[in-house]
Write a protein that binds this ligand. Structure first.
Ligand SMILES: *Cc1c(COP(=O)(O)O)cnc(C)c1O
Length: 354
């Protein structure tokens, strides 16, 4: 291990952490696709973090978030997301492993059919999480319904606290300074694997939603002084303030581990791309469907229609259009999400027609 990775590991040890997943996650080359595309394409397998077959990127954040909840002797953990939220399911799972009680406030972006409950919502129910479904009202946007779900949850939290129960609030996606430390940890892990293989990565691609993963990766990159460019493919609509908010989150995470002198800059470090998520979050598109089929049929790997399929489609476009030069070493960070392949048809899209 290099001196730099040792220093980074020592800083990360300052925070409480609960062991939840299987780390390091595998890192390997995609041989067939590399040959087809003319780049050295590698994959970081955070689809294999644990949670049975249903791992994903939230487990890294939850190691620190649940670690914090346990250190604070909390009994209930509240979190938020869509009804098919990977984050909510992984949070419920993490709670069960640690003897905490999960309470989920889920916005019905896609309205679940209660007689045919699928995918993450089915797993939430098997896990016995307390599930509150918040249906957007007439004229209410998704964002407004999300805000309302937080108001409802906090009212319940206040009641529980008044009755002497300690509650822990995890924001949507686990995107807090504590949660993003999990991806500083993840970035250091990738550096260790690159070091061991005697490699450097030119690019890391991943899908970005709440921004917690991106914040952690960017913070990790600063901490490690890496020259790798991180390209974050948006999976949902974001306003212009998103890069600045995420840079701020990254810097607060660096502050938590005592690396305040490192700063992520929204302008020069962050590279997001809104060109691949349309028509919208949880609404499929053909480029993502093509990416799902291509990866399955060349490498036997599965990505999903909501996050990793769109991120992979974005990366393919960067490579095919020459924005990523031929011969580059490219890492795709597989953030999980496989359960979406078993979700409602309207989320899935047209996967097998071709
Ligand atoms: C949550 C999630 C993301 C996005 O991560 P953020 O930290 O919310 O930006 C990407 N891929 C999958 C599969 C996810 O579940």
């Amino acid at each position: 291990m290099s001196e730099q990775t040792m220093k980074a590991r020592a800083l990360l040890e300052a925070l409480p952490k609960t062991k939840l997943g299987f780390f390091p996650t595998p890192f390997h080359k995609l041989e067939q696709l590399s040959a087809q595309l003319g780049v050295e394409l590698y994959i970081k397998r955070d689809d294999m973090t644990g949670a049975s077959l249903f791992g994903g990127n939230k487990i890294r954040k939850l190691e620190y978030l649940i670690g914090d909840a346990v250190a604070k002797q909390c009994e209930y953990v509240f979190t938020f997301g869509a009804t098919q939220s990977n984050h909510a399911m992984q949070t419920a799972w993490a709670c069960r492993k640690c003897g905490l009680k999960p309470i989920l406030y889920l916005v019905a972006v896609v309205k679940p059919d209660e007689s045919d409950v699928r995918a993450n919502l089915l797993l939430d129910r098997i896990l016995g999480a307390e599930v509150h479904i918040v249906e957007p009202e007439e004229g209410e946007s998704e964002a407004e319904a999300e805000d309302r779900s937080v108001v409802l949850a906090r009212a319940q939290m206040a009641k529980l606290e008044a009755a002497g129960h300690r509650c822990y609030e995890v924001p949507m996606g686990g995107a807090s300074d504590v949660g993003s430390v999990g991806f500083i940890d993840g970035y250091v892990e990738l550096c260790e694997q690159l070091e061991a293989a005697g490699m450097k990565a030119d690019y890391v691609f991943h899908g970005t939603g709440t921004g917690g993963t991106m914040a952690g990766l960017q913070a990790g990159r600063k901490l490690m002084n890496a020259e790798t460019e991180i390209i974050s493919i948006n999976v949902s609509h974001k306003d212009e303030g998103y890069p600045a908010r995420t840079a701020d989150l990254a810097n607060r995470s660096l502050g938590l581990i005592g690396a305040d002198e490192r700063k992520v800059d929204a302008g020069s470090d962050i590279h997001t791309d809104l060109n691949y998520y349309l028509p919208g979050y949880e609404i499929p598109n053909e480029a993502a469907s093509e990416a799902i089929r291509l990866l399955a049929r060349t490498e036997g790997l599965f990505v999903d229609p909501v996050y990793t399929g769109k991120a992979f489609a974005g990366m393919l476009d960067y490579i095919r259009s020459g924005k990523v030069p031929l011969g580059s070493t490219v890492v795709f960070w597989h953030t999980g999400g496989a359960t979406a392949l078993f979700a409602e048809q309207e989320i899935l899209g047209d996967l097998i027609a071709k």
